[in-house]
Design a binder for this molecule. Structure first.
Ligand code: DTR
Ligand code: ZN
Ligand code: ZN
Ligand code: CA
Length: 445
């Protein structure tokens, strides 16, 4: 994916105006801030497509038919499970994925994992998404976990339709024998060479995403992944809660146990929806999120379409967003070229840039380029202020430094700061005589 780098500086009129304002009215306020130009149009991640609910439902219908034709279930070691694997594999092969069926044995029966790699992307940075495809023996397992399997499948097919070419390599997985104790995903991780494990930047898990009396729960294992999902739901006005019952209870645990960042979504199982939850999500208080959990009634009618639709779209949002890479290649510049006068031996002044459209935190080596025209630069104290107000000292005053101008680039470890927001350069002249102004400054990510 090529990133266009844009350098944006404010129009000259704004520069003249800011200069006049600052000069004509020595600031009595604590700081004078030049108007921040609109941020450089950083290459935001491509927006994910809508995942058609009808397509996801069609996959659930297929899985229901498979269960009905194979003794009423799709459990590990039963014919219904292998038929499910074959069905999903065929769709992915037809869509251009490179598929692998990984066999293992559990409880005396052969189990199968299906791995589907989307060709392209940096194979040293792999984003994975998965769902267990097996049901319990007592029923067809449409919500648990046809829903997650279908949502991941349709997202993978959407990647193919879009011919997505993300920074990261995409890998999708459908696990066997989860109901026997995460057997398939554990087998996959345990048999993955450590060099391959270290390439996995994150694993997203989807186990029960269409519960009939749904809640909207987000795993809180990794902050970046959690935020990606929470931002999505906030964007569609749906409140979420942190998933609290899941630790160790689904396939993400296999990845988390070896230190891979994980996240995921869940709409609830046998726990009861509270009144407060019914208030915010609708549905029925005092009733289980899924009354058919692990039961024969977990069939195609045991699905809430709105929850399935929202969560499927959230899967696509996370895939598109997190595969775009957490940092845009160096060279993405955010600049403010407004002149800001620095009062002699007076209050600090600031100049700001607004960063938006980035994901995650700022880099550990954030380049802060400054161009300050000022005689006897030893008068000056310079700080970088992060969006949350954290100050990073760039330069202390130095009475003996009589040279003119500060035209240099500082490197700041800003990895603890959210990249997006308004960053400020703060400059104060702390000694009488000699004056100057901020000519321009910039952040380079
Ligand atoms: N272990 C899943 C269902 C399940 C129960 N609680 C959670 C929390 C988070 C994810 C999944 C689950 C199963 O029975 O397949
Ligand atoms: Zn289950
Ligand atoms: Zn499950
Ligand atoms: Ca001075």
């Amino acid at each position: 994916m090529t990133h266009s780098v844009h350098r944006r500086t404010a129009a000259l009129t704004a520069v003249a105006l800011a200069g006049l304002l600052a000069a004509a009215v020595p600031s009595t306020a604590a700081t004078t801030t030049a108007a921040a130009p609109s941020a450089a149009t950083s290459p935001a991640a491509l927006a994910a497509p809508d995942i058609p609910l009808a397509n996801v439902k069609a996959h659930l219908g297929d899985l229901q038919s498979i269960a009905s034709a194979n003794g009423g279930n799709r459990a590990h070691g039963r014919t219904g499970y292998k038929a499910s694997i074959d069905h999903v594999k065929a769709k992915l092969d037809a869509a251009g994925f490179t598929t692998t069926v990984q066999q293992f044995t559990s409880s005396g029966a052969t189990g199968y994992n299906l791995i589907a790699d989307w060709p392209g992307g940096d194979t040293n940075r792999v984003l994975m998404a998965g769902a267990h495809l097996d049901s319990v023996t007592s029923g067809p397992g449409i919500n648990d976990n046809g829903s997650g399997s279908a949502g991941v499948l349709e997202t993978a097919l959407a990647v193919s339709r879009a011919q997505l070419n993300p920074d990261k390599h995409l890998r999708f997985a459908w696990w066997g024998a989860e109901e026997l104790g995460l057997v398939g995903s554990k087998y996959y991780v345990n048999n993955l060479p450590s060099a391959e494990r270290s390439k996995i930047s994150g694993y997203l898990n989807f186990d029960m995403i269409g519960s009939p009396n749904p809640g909207y729960f987000v795993y809180d294992d990794d902050p970046t992944i959690e935020k990606t999902f929470k931002d999505y739901f906030a964007g569609i006005g749906v409140p979420t809660e942190i998933e609290t019952e899941g630790d160790g209870r689904s396939d993400h645990a296999s990845f988390k146990n070896v230190g891979i960042p994980v996240g995921g979504l869940f709409t609830g199982a046998s726990r009861t929806k509270s009144s407060a939850q019914a208030q915010k999500w609708g549905g029925t208080a005092g009733q289980a999120f899924d009354r058919c959990y692990h039961s024969s009634c977990d069939s195609a009618s045991n699905i809430n379409d709105t929850a399935l639709d929202r969560n499927s779209d959230a899967i696509a949002h996370a895939i598109w967003t997190l595969s775009a890479g957490t940092t845009v290649p160096p060279g993405d510049v955010y600049e403010n070229a407004n002149n800001v006068s620095i009062p002699d031996n007076g209050a600090a002044v600031t100049s700001s840039v607004t960063v938006s459209g980035r994901t995650g935190n700022a880099p550990a080596a954030l380049a802060v380029g400054v161009d300050i025209k000022h005689t006897w630069r030893g008068d000056l104290v310079i700080d970088l202020l992060a969006p949350d107000g954290t100050a990073y000292r760039l330069k202390n005053s130095s009475g003996s430094d009589s040279a003119d101008n500060v035209i240099t680039t500082y490197t700041v470890n800003a990895s603890g700061e959210s990249a997006n927001g308004t960053w400020q350069l703060k400059v104060q002249d702390v000694a009488a005589q000699d004056t100057g102004f901020i000519d321009s400054w910039k952040l380079t990510f």
